[in-house]
Structures are given as structure tokens and as C-alpha cells.
Ligand binder design. Structure first.
Ligand SMILES: *Cc1c(COP(=O)(O)O)cnc(C)c1O
Length: 453
């Protein structure tokens, strides 16, 4: 029996992050100031982010060194294992080989601490005392609370009110790590008070929570703001996933044919695939297929447009060229909370636009069917987000069975589903709805995207 997992030692921890900007066929379009319509510079971002992260956002250097204190924190759970899904292969009777990179071994249970730790470190280095952020169901907020605690920073998390009330466990995790969690909209910011004046029972939204977290950071000298996906530096920090996976495939003496990952803002997908995409761009892995998977209820890549749009719902951030459903778009309440974002990381968008990667959109019932099949064969209960990837992996493996092909398929299992069991409950009870976004809703939200030359 060939081995079940490839485990690296701490000596194999990557020393540098990989910056795909150095290898793009053409450079990223600039980020635009919404007032002047000119490209923004470092000074525009300085109230919100420490200078080192602003530099990393824009750098064209291929490799960026990982500071030793960050690597030391990574050692708590990294390198993460690469598993061969023997039992799933047998259940599917497929000649394909299926691998998954398991990121649920981090303290917060997902890939998100890979960037949270780095961001907390650079803030600490530059004398910042507090970090604000927003969170939906709490995956990003818990990663940031964990990282801030590790580097002696305060964290303040604006949590969408409906989740704050209905999903207490991630909030309790954040508080256990010393974070302060407030339901958003709150009375603590001008933005929050304005919403509450109009609608005292507002359930909140990610867009409102972003506005509150950004306002607090912009108006306090000792406080900066942090984002858990989308931005270039966040995607770069996640490349430790793919760099380790490449080493693990080298040890196996294999190279994948198909890579799969879910996309919300694109950070786990990018972290896993970008180091392999380097090979594809350089011509070393020409046949490699890379598939991004999104929910049918929020089909950013497959049905959005490649335009300049705001990053937040309120329309206060700089304008970013990305695939977007329109910043005013509010997705249906599907269970993969981490995939409900109107935009997408600009690096992922550029690669999709240049046809380096593919994208598919799925309904949530077939996704949960795949999640349950995975749990019953491999044991791990996956989060709803990466289960989108599992659906595609299973379908590809079945195609391999039908065609007698021995492809090597790999995906990033970016988090466990231990806090998503109410979604499983609904699926198992046959109560999960499939939402397909009508084209008219997309057209309407896209009509509100600002016109840029
Ligand atoms: C946050 C999150 C996502 C979505 O974000 P990406 O930046 O696209 O990775 C997906 N899966 C899990 C487990 C998450 O926590």
C-alpha cells in the first residue's frame, strides 16, 4: 500500500513567499483613486496598512523573505500534511490519484492564519497597537484574534450582527484569544450609527462591517486595518501552501495534472496553485489544468464582468480591476459564507482573463453531497467552502474512471466544518435550497458599477 500522507519536517518550511506578479504575462492594471481617477500610491494606503504590507502589495520581486518570527509561529502547525485520498479513490473506483493539502490543522482551523500571523507581525514591527477587521461567520476574525494575541496586539472585530447572534462559537473563540467582538452595525462608529438610525434592527452585512472597521482604523493613530483575502499581499502569504505541496509532490516523484480550489476572494486557491502556475507560465507544466470553483449563488468569475469596481458595498475603497457582480450585489444566504463576495482577488482575475485558469459554478446540494461522501470515506468533515472543490474533484475522478485515465488530481482542503454543522443538519434533513442568481439581478448590480475609462 503506498503511503497515506507526506509529512515534511520543520526544516522544510519555506523561507520565502512566492510573488506571482513577477511572472505575469502582463502587469496588473493599477488600483485607481475614486476621487482623482489616478493610480493610488503608498501614501493613500498608509492610514490603513503598515508600510511593509503596502510594499508587498506592489512589489514585482519574485521572492519575499518570511521573517523568522513569522516562520516560528508557522511551526505551530506547518508544514501541513499532503494526503492521498485512498479511501475516496476506492469508493469512486477511479484509476485517478487524488491528493489534498490539509490546512485545517491550524489553531483557527483554516488557511487564514497563514496571512493573519504575517500581518500581525508587520503591524507590531511598525508600532501599531491595535488592529480592526470585519468578519462574517467568524473564520477570518478568529484567525486574526489568534495572530494578534500571539504578537501582543489588541484585535477589534466587527462581526455581522446576524452571525454574532446565530453563530456564537467563533465569537467565543475570538474572545478566548483576547479579541473584542462587536455586532455590526454598532454604535461605535459614524457609519454604524447612521445605519442604526434608519434601521434599528439591521441584521448587518459584510459591507457595513468593513465600513466600520475601516473608519475606526482611519480615525485612530494607534490602530490599523486588516483584510483576510483579495489583496495581493494576502494571496502571497498563502503561497506557503503550494510551496510545501510542490516539495511533497517531489518526494512522491509525481506532478499533478489538475489542481482544484474554491474561490471567495481567492486566497486559499492562490496560495495552493500559484507556485504550480509559475511552472505553467514558464512552459514547464504546459498541460496543467487549474480549476477555481464558486457557488452558483455568487458566480463572480463565471457570470461577472472584468471591470473597475469598489471593494466594499458602501463604495468607499479604491477602485480595483476585477471580475465583479457589482459592489451593491448582496448574495443569497448560502451556507458557504466565505464564498459570498461580489469581487475577486485581482491576481486570480488576471489569470482567468488570460485563460491560465478555468472556473465553474456549483449549486449547494451537490456540494454537500460531495462533502458527505468525503467525510464518509476520508473521515474529515470539510467546511462548505472547500467542499465546492471536492465536488469538482469527484466529478473529474469519475470521468477518469469512464475514460480509464490515471490523472493526478489535487485540491486544497482549506478548513474543517466543525462550526458549520447546522448547514450539514439542514442538508441531511433535505432542507437545503439551491439559489441560482437571475441574470437580471446581475445586470442591475453591474449597472451601478462606476464608469471608468
Ligand atoms: C475564508 C475562507 C474561504 C474563502 O476565502 P478565500 O480567500 O477564497 O480562500 C474559503 N474556505 C475557508 C475554510 C475559509 O475560511
Amino acid at each position: 500500500m503506498p503511503e497515506t500522507k507526506v509529512v515534511l519536517t520543520e526544516k522544510d518550511l519555506p523561507t520565502h513567499w512566492y510573488n506571482i506578479q513577477a511572472d505575469l504575462p502582463s502587469p496588473l492594471p493599477p488600483v485607481i483613486h475614486p476621487g482623482t481617477r489616478q493610480p493610488i500610491g503608498p501614501a493613500d494606503l498608509a492610514p490603513l496598512f503598515p508600510m511593509e504590507l503596502i510594499k508587498q502589495e506592489m512589489t514585482q520581486e519574485r521572492w519575499v523573505e518570511i521573517p523568522e518570527p513569522v516562520r516560528d509561529m508557522y511551526r505551530l502547525w506547518r508544514p501541513s500534511p499532503l494526503y492521498r485520498a485512498h479511501r475516496l479513490e476506492r469508493a469512486l473506483r477511479t484509476p485517478a490519484r487524488i491528493y489534498y493539502k490539509w490546512e485545517g490543522v491550524s489553531p483557527a482551523g483554516s488557511h487564514k492564519p497563514n496571512t493573519a500571523v504575517a500581518q500581525a507581525y508587520y503591524n507590531k514591527q511598525e508600532g501599531v497597537r491595535r488592529i480592526t477587521t470585519e468578519t462574517g461567520a467568524g473564520q477570518w476574525g478568529s484567525a486574526l484574534a489568534f495572530a494578534c494575541n500571539a504578537f501582543g496586539l489588541e484585535s477589534k472585530v466587527y462581526m455581522v450582527k446576524v452571525s454574532y447572534d446565530q453563530k456564537p462559537y467563533r465569537r467565543i473563540m475570538m474572545e478566548t484569544w483576547g479579541g473584542t467582538v462587536v455586532p455590526s452595525p454598532s454604535r461605535e462608529t459614524r457609519a454604524g450609527r447612521a445605519i442604526l438610525a434608519k434601521d434599528p434592527d439591521s441584521p448587518g452585512s459584510l459591507g457595513i462591517a468593513i465600513s466600520e472597521a475601516v473608519e475606526e482604523a482611519a480615525t485612530r493613530e494607534d490602530t490599523k486595518y486588516s483584510l483576510g483575502s483579495v489583496l495581493n499581499h494576502v494571496l502571497m502569504h498563502q503561497t506557503v501552501i503550494g510551496l510545501e505541496a510542490k516539495k511533497q509532490f517531489e518526494i512522491l516523484g509525481e506532478y499533478p495534472d489538475i489542481l482544484v480550489g474554491c474561490v471567495g476572494g481567492g486566497s486559499s486557491f492562490a496560495g495552493f496553485t500559484f507556485p504550480f502556475i509559475q511552472d505553467k507560465l514558464s512552459g514547464k507544466a504546459k498541460g496543467l489544468r487549474i480549476v477555481a470553483v464558486e457557488p452558483m449563488a455568487c458566480p463572480t468569475l463565471t457570470k461577472g464582468k472584468y471591470l473597475y469596481d469598489f471593494g466594499d458595498t458602501a463604495g468607499t475603497t479604491p477602485l480595483i480591476k476585477m471580475y465583479t457582480l457589482g459592489h451593491s450585489f448582496i448574495p443569497a444566504p448560502i451556507h458557504a459564507g466565505g464564498l459570498r463576495y461580489h469581487g475577486m482577488g485581482p491576481l486570480v482575475c488576471a489569470l482567468y482573463d488570460q485563460k491560465v485558469i478555468e472556473a465553474v459554478a456549483l449549486h449547494q446540494n451537490p456540494v454537500f453531497e460531495a462533502a458527505v461522501q468525503f467525510a464518509r470515506s476520508e473521515g474529515i468533515v470539510p467546511a462548505p467552502e472547500p467542499s465546492h472543490g471536492i465536488r469538482v474533484v469527484i466529478d473529474e475522478a469519475i470521468r477518469c474512471r469512464e475514460r480509464g485515465e490515471r490523472k493526478i488530481i489535487a485540491f486544497v482542503l482549506c478548513g474543517h466544518g466543525h462550526f458549520d454543522l447546522s448547514s450539514y443538519q439542514r442538508y441531511l434533513a433535505g432542507q437545503l435550497e439551491d439559489f441560482e442568481l437571475p441574470q437580471s439581478a446581475i445586470d442591475e448590480a453591474l449597472s451601478l458599477v462606476p464608469k471608468t475609462p
